[in-house]
Design a protein around this ligand. Structure first.
Ligand code: SAH
Length: 406
């Protein structure tokens, strides 16, 4: 049993799932990792949680119902419910979208577990010790529900140090672990009708950012006959949608040459399959470069539409101030360089930067660039990456579509 210090229980009673060490009464700090009943200072039940001194969030709340003790069957059921909430994706018999998220961590009430379906393969990413401890239950539940060809599970590199986890990748077939003998063949997925290939399991970069699914489709409304810049393009999500919607040209920039190769092969694939115009390859140029440098040296008035989708610039609250400067710099330069009346699709996937703060940063950028900016659309993460109201941290992707009036 763990007792929460007075004053620290309010958010927890509102179903916020994280308890940091300072909130636990000293004389009730557990000696071992495991399930704990969590009470207020005066002994009222708050929730069942998982305590682990080695986790950077020492106590994670799981179930707010006293009668629902979070044992293995609780975890199994939580996975099942999370998957069933994505029923509409599984029911898409046309196969228009075959890559989507089935578990979105705390926002799906399952701490430290993200899971994505890529066609017949499931990728599970573990970012908390409790999830590592429970991984075989999670894998077993997914196997039982979906019978995928393979489940690839890995720990999230970004959290290994603070969670005292090792960087590990495990492979499961029919629920049993196995050691792959060679590199896997590429697989083909589809998102909103566009094809992408990816290599299962080879490190962090084998994924696909399906949280931007709907925003890529939104971009299509602004690009007809436009000169488009796709900044931090990865494997071409925005580029391909721009081509489908009739962009005159797309210039795609990323720091990773692997990503750019993949982008070009995705363009070829879609042109062949007829999902984008046949001459698309002639409309695309790619450059391996740093986005900040590219924007600085770019001539003015070269583009009608610019997409800015940088990686997480604020890793934590501690680096937030520097990250704000970087976001401002990036957006200010784009606002200066874009044609009058142009459109900027600007994104931030830093959880530590709130939507309000991102808007403020954009306002500073506009002021310094000497332009007026209209917000045309306020967007976020796709519905398979839900935001849980009791857990504001689950809102991480902020996207604004802006018109730059000069
Ligand atoms: N827009 C992409 C996802 C972007 S992910 C999509 O729709 O799929 C962020 C990308 O930024 C990664 O591909 C990464 O290689 C790239 N990146 C990271 N730092 C960069 C930098 N300084 N300059 C350019 N690209 C960068």
């Amino acid at each position: 049993m763990v007792r929460i210090r007075e004053g620290k229980e309010k958010n927890l009673l509102r179903h916020h799932p994280w308890v940091f060490s300072g909130a636990i009464e000293d004389d009730t700090v557990p000696e071992e990792a495991g399930i704990q009943e969590v009470l207020t200072g005066d002994g009222r039940f708050i929730a069942w949680g998982w305590y682990d001194a080695q986790s950077h969030i020492q106590l994670r709340l799981l179930s707010w119902k006293r009668e629902e003790y979070p044992d293995e069957s609780w975890w199994k059921n939580a996975v099942r419910e999370s998957v069933l909430r994505r029923k509409a994706f599984f029911d898409d018999k046309a196969g228009d979208t075959t890559a989507f998220r089935i578990i979105h961590g705390e926002a799906d009430m399952i701490p430290g577990v993200a899971a994505d379906v890529y066609n017949r393969i499931v990728r599970v990413i573990i970012s908390a010790r409790v999830a590592w401890t429970m991984r075989s239950v999670v894998v077993g539940a997914i196997e039982g529900l979906l019978h995928p060809d393979m489940i690839i599970l890995n720990t999230d590199q970004a959290f290994c140090a603070i969670e005292h986890l090792h960087e590990v990748t495990e492979y499961y077939r029919q629920g049993e672990r196995f050691t792959p003998e060679s590199r896997f063949d590429d697989i083909r997925i589809r998102e909103r009708g566009i094809y992408y290939t990816l290599t299962p399991g080879s490190g962090q970069k084998s994924g696909f950012y399906c949280d931007q699914r709907e925003n890529r489709v939104r971009l299509e409304n602004y690009v007809k006959d436009a000169a488009v810049f796709d900044g931090c393009c990865y494997t071409g999500g925005f580029t391909l949608h721009a081509l489908r919607a009739g962009a005159a040209t797309v210039h795609a920039v990323d720091s990773s040459s692997d990503a750019l190769h993949r982008l070009l092969s995705n363009v070829n694939l879609n042109a062949q399959m007829g999902t984008i115009p046949a001459d698309s390859r002639d409309r695309v140029t790619t450059t391996r470069a740093d986005i900040f440098e590219t924007l600085r040296t770019m001539p003015r008035n070269a583009y009608d539409v610019m997409v800015l989708d940088p990686p997480k610039l604020a890793q934590t609250i501690k680096t937030l101030e520097n990250a704000k400067k970087a976001y401002k710099d990036l957006n200010r330069t784009a606002m200066e360089k874009i044609r009058p009346g142009g459109i900027i699709v600007t994104c931030s996937c830093s959880g530590a930067l709130s939507r309000e703060d991102f808007r403020t940063v954009l306002a500073w950028a506009a002021k310094d660039a000497g332009v007026e900016v209209q917000v045309l659309e306020t967007l976020g993460q796709a519905q398979d990456h839900p935001v849980r109201l009791s857990f504001p941290e689950s809102e991480y992707l902020k996207v604004f579509i802006l018109r730059i009036v000069k």
